[in-house]
Design a protein around this ligand. Structure first.
Ligand code: PFF
Length: 474
C-alpha cells in the first residue's frame, strides 16, 4: 500500500508550526549561538548569520518543506517520489540519504551536549551554588573530565529520544510542544530582563551588534553560514520529514517565516542574556562550548529565587533539545519503517543504539581520547568538534546547495508554484533567490574558505571594487 495514503497529518497548521519550531529551536539557539558568536568575534558573526538566515536559510526552509509535502514520505522516499513525478534522475534520492545520515551524526554529539544540560539540571536540583568565575570553569571542566558522567547523561537522553520515536511522532510531541515552547520563550525573556538589571547589557549589545568590517574572515563567514543551517535544521531531512505530514491547505511561506523568526529571536534573547552576564561576571566570550554552563549558574546563584529559575531553565532547554533531537532521529526511522517494513520500535532502538555508540566516542573525546585530534590549517579538532565541523559546515551547506538546485532548476516551476502559493511577484522573488542567490552564496563561501590565505585580500579587493566605484560616484 502507498504509505502516503495512511500518513497522518498534524492536527492544525499551528501544530505544524510548533513542531517545526520545536525542531529548529534547540541547543543550536541557546547553547551554540552564544558560544559561536563569542568565539567567532561577536558582531561580524551575528550580522552574517542574520544575512544567511534571510537569504539562504529561509528560502531553503520553504524548499525543504515543499519537497516533503509533495513527496509525502521520509526524506529518501520524498526525493525519489518527486524525482519520479518530475521525470528526473533517481540519483536525487542520494540527497535524501546524505541528509538522513548527517542527521544521525549530528544526533551523536547533540545528545552529549543535551547530557551536559541534564547534568546541570541535576546539580540545580541538588541546590548548586557557584560563587566565582573560576569555580564555574572548574565545575564544567570536571564534567568534561568524567567519561562516566558524560556517558550516563548521554545514555539517558538517548533513551528519552528513542522512547518518543518508538511510539510515533504525530501526537506524541505535538502536545508537549504546545506547553514547553512558549515556556522556554518566557524564561528567556525573563533572563534577558535579569541580564539588563543585574548584568552589563550594553556591553552585550555592543559585542553582538557593533559591526566591524575587519572582523569578517573566511572562517567567520563559513561558521555563520553553517550555523544558519544548523539552527534552522536545514539540509538534514528533518524538515522534509515533518513537511511530509503537512496538509495541503497550509501556507509554506508564512509557516517558514514564523519558524525562522522564532529561532532567530530565541538566539538573540539568549545571546543578550548570556553576554550581559558573561561580561558582568568577568568571564570571557571565548570560553567555548561551555560558555552558557559557566555563565548561567553564576548568574542564578546571585539571583533571588535563582535556584528555582535554574531548575526551570535547564528543564526547558532540555525540552528544546529533546524536540530537536527527535527530529534528527525521525527521518531514518521513518525510512526503515516505510521502506523496509521494520517495526517502528525495533527501528527506533536499533538506529538509536548505533547513534548512542558514536556518542560514547564523543564523550571519550573530551577526556580519555582527548589527544586524538584532527589538525589542518588553523583547525585542531577532537571527535566532538570534528563531527560538528563535518555536519554544520560541510554536509548541511552542501545538501542545501543540492536542494536549491533541485527545487530551483530541476523540479519545474509549475509544480513548485502549485506548492508555494504566493502572489506572483513574491513567488518570483523567492524563486530567483533560490535559483541564484542560494547556490552562488554557498559556493562563494566554500571557495573563499578553501582559498589559500595569501590570495584572500586580493579577492576581497576585487569583490569590493564595484562598491568602491559606487561610493566615489556619490
Ligand atoms: N536546529 C536544531 C537546534 O538549533 O538545536 C538542531 C538540528 C535539528 C539540526 C534538526 C539539524 C536537524 F536536522
Amino acid at each position: 500500500m502507498n504509505s502516503s495514503a495512511i500518513r497522518s497529518t498534524w492536527s492544525s497548521r499551528w501544530a505544524f508550526i510548533l513542531v517545526t519550531i520545536g525542531s529548529s529551536v534547540g541547543l543550536g539557539n541557546i547553547w551554540k549561538f552564544p558560544y559561536m558568536a563569542g568565539s567567532q568575534g561577536g558582531s561580524a558573526f551575528v550580522l552574517l548569520y542574520f544575512l544567511c538566515v534571510l537569504l539562504i536559510g529561509l528560502p531553503l526552509l520553504m524548499a525543504e518543506i515543499l519537497i516533503g509535502r509533495r513527496g509525502k514520505g521520509n526524506p529518501v522516499s520524498a526525493m525519489l517520489n518527486t524525482a519520479e513525478e518530475t521525470r528526473s534522475s533517481p540519483l536525487w534520492g542520494l540527497l535524501g540519504w546524505a541528509g538522513v545520515l548527517g542527521a544521525l551524526l549530528i544526533l551523536s554529539f547533540y545528545s552529549v551536549v543535551a547530557g551536559w544540560i541534564m547534568d546541570y539540571l541535576y546539580q540545580a536540583l541538588m541546590g548548586m551554588r557557584v560563587d566565582s568565575a573560576t569555580e564555574a570553569q572548574a565545575r564544567f571542566a570536571a564534567l568534561l573530565a568524567s567519561p562516566w558522567r558524560l556517558g550516563l547523561w548521554h545514555t539517558l537522553f538517548m533513551v528519552l529520544v528513542i522512547g518518543v520515536i518508538a511510539r510515533g511522532v504525530v501526537g506524541g510531541i505535538e502536545f508537549a510542544n504546545r506547553i514547553m515552547m512558549p515556556g522556554l520563550f518566557l524564561i528567556l525573556v525573563a533572563l534577558t530582563l535579569w541580564g539588563a538589571v543585574a548584568g552589563d547589557i550594553s556591553a552585550a549589545w555592543h559585542f553582538l551588534f557593533d559591526f566591524r568590517l575587519e572582523d569578517i574572515t573566511p572562517s567567520v563567514v563559513l561558521a555563520a553560514m553553517g550555523h544558519a543551517f544548523f539552527s534552522l535544521s536545514l539540509g538534514m531531512g528533518a524538515i522534509m520529514a515533518y513537511g511530509s505530514y503537512l496538509d495541503h491547505e497550509s501556507n509554506i511561506a508564512s509557516t517558514s517565516a514564523w519558524v525562522a523568526a522564532a529561532g532567530t529571536l530565541v538566539g538573540i534573547l539568549a545571546g543578550l542574556a548570556i553576554f550581559s552576564l558573561t561580561f558582568q561576571h568577568g568571564l570571557q566570550p571565548t570560553e567555548g562550548a561551555g560558555l552558557i554552563l559557566m555563565t548561567l549558574p553564576l548568574a542564578f546563584s546571585h539571583m533571588p529565587g535563582g535556584n528555582f529559575f535554574a531548575i526551570l531553565f535547564f528543564l526547558l532547554v532540555l525540552f528544546a533539545a529533546w524536540t530537536s533531537a527527535i527530529s534528527l532521529l525521525e527521518p531514518f526511522v521513518a525510512w526503515l519503517t516505510e521502506r523496509l517494513g521494520i517495526h517502528r520500535p525495533a527501528a527506533a532502538w536499533g538506529t538509536g543504539g548505533a547513534v548512542w555508540l558514536l556518542g560514547i566516542g564523543v564523550c571519550l573525546s573530551f577526556n580519555v581520547w582527548a589527544e586524538y585530534r584532527l589538525s589542518w590549517r588553523s583547525l585542531d579538532l577532537n571527535l566532538f568538534d570534528g563531527l560538528d565541523f563535518l555536519t554544520s559546515r560541510l554536509m548541511m551547506p552542501l545538501s542545501g546547495l543540492a536542494i536549491a538546485i533541485y527545487v530551483g532548476w530541476v523540479m519545474g516551476r509549475g509544480i513548485v508554484a502549485e506548492e508555494i502559493r504566493l502572489p506572483p511577484r513574491l513567488f518570483a522573488l523567492w524563486f530567483n533567490i533560490l535559483r541564484y542567490v542560494v547556490p552562488v552564496g554557498i559556493i562563494c563561501v566554500f571557495c573563499w574558505y578553501a582559498l589559500p590565505p595569501e590570495f584572500r585580500p586580493g579577492v576581497i579587493r576585487i569583490l569590493l571594487r564595484p562598491f568602491d566605484v559606487l561610493l566615489h560616484l556619490f
